[in-house]
Ligand binder design. Structure first.
Ligand code: NI
Length: 213
């Protein structure tokens, strides 16, 4: 799909929406230095289509099965990176993804919603198994060791950074919150910004499903 994103317009609005999700849980500003790429750089890479998005991953699903990107060929994938302790942005986006799948009716069976945690420490497969059915029975939740999660996030240019709270009692995770749309051959089709409605998701995905038939 040409252009920087699935929606193709309202780029300024999209940027604002993306920035809203950074610090989903109002994290303190001071964060540990990181060797990982900066948030702005990664978001630019996605928003302006500067770098390829997607690719191989090897993670564990909520049933303990090892899953790779190859398992999802033949269906469209809606991929979201987030974490279950996120209070606001992640649950909102996951709900819209779920509602979009339902809106598509029987054709929605050909869309696989995928949640990849950026907080594998807390989001174990067992935890994802409790959490994801709150949104949709067809969600696949993926976790793994830190290196495997990092590799998946790198492939999708997904920013994430653990941020300790001031008193050290807890932490949150800053992350970008694009909803990526991947094609039946695993190819990248584009992204939706956080806050995209189920209606809009279905409106863009529906014709793709019809074209594949
Ligand atoms: Ni979040």
């Amino acid at each position: 799909m040409g252009g920087a994103g699935v929606q193709g317009t309202k780029t300024g609005h999209r940027l604002a929406l993306v920035l809203v999700c950074l610090g989903c849980l109002s994290a303190p500003a001071d964060a540990q230095p990181s060797a990982e790429r900066a948030a702005a750089e990664l978001m630019d890479a996605v928003m302006w289509n500067r770098e390829p998005v997607g690719g191989p991953f090897a993670l564990t699903d909520q049933n303990g099965a090892r899953r790779t990107e190859a398992d999802f060929r033949g269906r469209l994938m809606l991929v979201y990176f987030g974490f279950t302790h996120c209070a606001d942005v992640c649950p909102t986006d996951l709900m819209q993804m779920a509602l979009a799948v339902d809106r598509l009716g029987p054709a929605g069976e050909m869309v696989q919603p995928v949640f990849i945690t950026v907080d594998p420490e807390r989001d174990t497969p067992e935890h994802l198994k409790q959490y994801l059915p709150l949104f949709h029975r067809r969600f696949v939740g993926l976790s793994g060791d830190a290196a495997a999660v990092q590799a998946a996030a790198r492939a999708y240019r997904a920013y994430h950074r653990k941020v300790e709270r001031d008193d050290g009692s807890d932490y949150t995770v800053d992350h970008s919150a694009f909803i990526y749309l991947m094609g039946a051959d695993g190819e990248y089709l584009g992204f939706f910004p956080p806050g995209t409605s189920a209606e809009r998701l279905a409106e863009v995905i529906g014709p793709r499903l019809a074209a594949d038939r």
